[in-house]
Design a protein around this ligand. Structure first.
Ligand SMILES: Nc1ncnc2c1ncn2[C@@H]1O[C@H](COP(=O)(O)OP(=O)(O)OP(=O)(O)O)[C@@H](O)[C@H]1O
Ligand SMILES: [Mg+2]
Length: 308
């Protein structure tokens, strides 16, 4: 399909480990597609195979079976990689290079030269918030500052596709918000973004589509809105002015309740009987202070599918 930027089909990767070359299956039968313009989240517990899959895509490790392609070109392909910006899991930056030197080096490898290279380097260093330390050697930078430098290097060549392995790792809450904003901005500029993460709320706020891996296998993949069961799971009603007798009668309504100081919190499962229960409580003259409903979050889905 013309608009498929990444296509992974039945990918398998075995590593050989130790003296006896014991086989470790890192990825087993993984397939998914990323379409142009998508922000695609790649999630899974530690050791699920996210980095291995991204390394295959970047041509850094060979698959044992299956295929991966970028822009319809089978990897490894230098031609396809020219159109990709990659942030590795632990970006290695030669300790005696400064962010300016490192990002310029990456830009020149992508074919940028002269004034364009220098101005583009400053733009991306500014974008990731590291311009103030642009001339400090990497060995004197903090983990988050190195991460930002790695992200600048991924952006410098103005790539069509960004592949980011845990871009928020090592960043403080402000840094994480900045990276989230960069991802949204880069998509607006027409880029496709695939990123791996453990931070489920980031996936929920940013991504159109998601793949959840567990022990090297895809357990869930698809459109986030369709995957999450958006019906109301649970509603908490906070009430004031409830006497002991009224409290005892709550069980007749088929709800659970607990006292919290002078308030009572009533828990209603599902949405079917919510109106009726609320009407009943109001009819008893009780003061309703708050009604808060909870829908399924990505964390619920993750626990249900990837851990449970
Ligand atoms: N070079 C290697 N040699 C042997 N085994 C490896 C190698 N790299 C990864 N593995 C194994 O492959 C499995 C998947 O690792 P991978 O790094 O892909 O997971 P991940 O999902 O990125 O985890 P994390 O969230 O911790 O970054 C793990 O069991 C890991 O020990
Ligand atoms: Mg990883």
């Amino acid at each position: 399909m013309a608009d498929t930027v990444i296509s992974i089909r039945r990918l398998k990767k075995d590593y050989r480990q130790g003296f006896f070359m014991r086989r470790v299956t890192a990825v087993h039968d993984v397939s998914f597609d990323v379409q142009r313009g998508d922000i695609f989240g790649f999630v899974g517990p530690n050791g699920a195979g996210k980095t291995t899959t991204l390394k295959v895509l970047m041509g850094l490790v060979r698959p044992s079976q299956g295929t991966a392609s970028l822009f319809g070109i089978q990897v490894p392909s230098a031609r396809a990689l020219q159109r990709v910006g990659f942030l590795p899991e632990n970006p290695y930056i030669y300790p005696y290079l400064t962010p300016t030197e490192f990002v310029e080096m990456c830009g020149s490898l992508s074919g940028l030269r002269g004034k364009t290279l220098r101005s583009r380097t400053r733009v991306v260093l500014d974008k990731v918030g590291i311009l103030y330390a642009a001339d400090r050697q990497a060995r004197k930078l903090s983990k988050g500052m190195l991460q930002r430098t790695g992200l600048a290097a991924a952006l410098v060549s103005d790539p069509e596709l960004l592949v980011l392995d845990e871009p928020m790792s090592g960043l403080d809450p402000v840094g994480r918000k900045e990276v989230r904003d960069i991802i949204v901005e880069e998509r607006r500029a027409g880029r496709t973004i695939l990123f791996s993460t453990h931070i489920l709320s980031d996936v929920e706020t940013l991504c159109d589509r998601v793949t959840i891996l567990r022990k090297g296998e895809v357990v869930v993949t698809g459109n986030l809105d369709q995957l999450l069961r958006r019906e109301i799971k649970l509603t908490d009603i906070c009430l004031a002015g409830m006497g002991d007798e009224q409290f005892a009668h709550l069980t007749e309504l088929g709800v659970s309740a607990e006292r919290q100081g002078s308030h009572v919190i009533v828990h209603v499962e599902g949405s079917g009987k919510l109106q009726e229960i609320l009407a009943n409580l109001l009819a008893q003259g009780l003061q309703v202070l708050e009604v808060s409903s909870r829908q399924e979050t990505l964390e619920d889905l993750f626990v249900r599918e990837a851990i449970g």
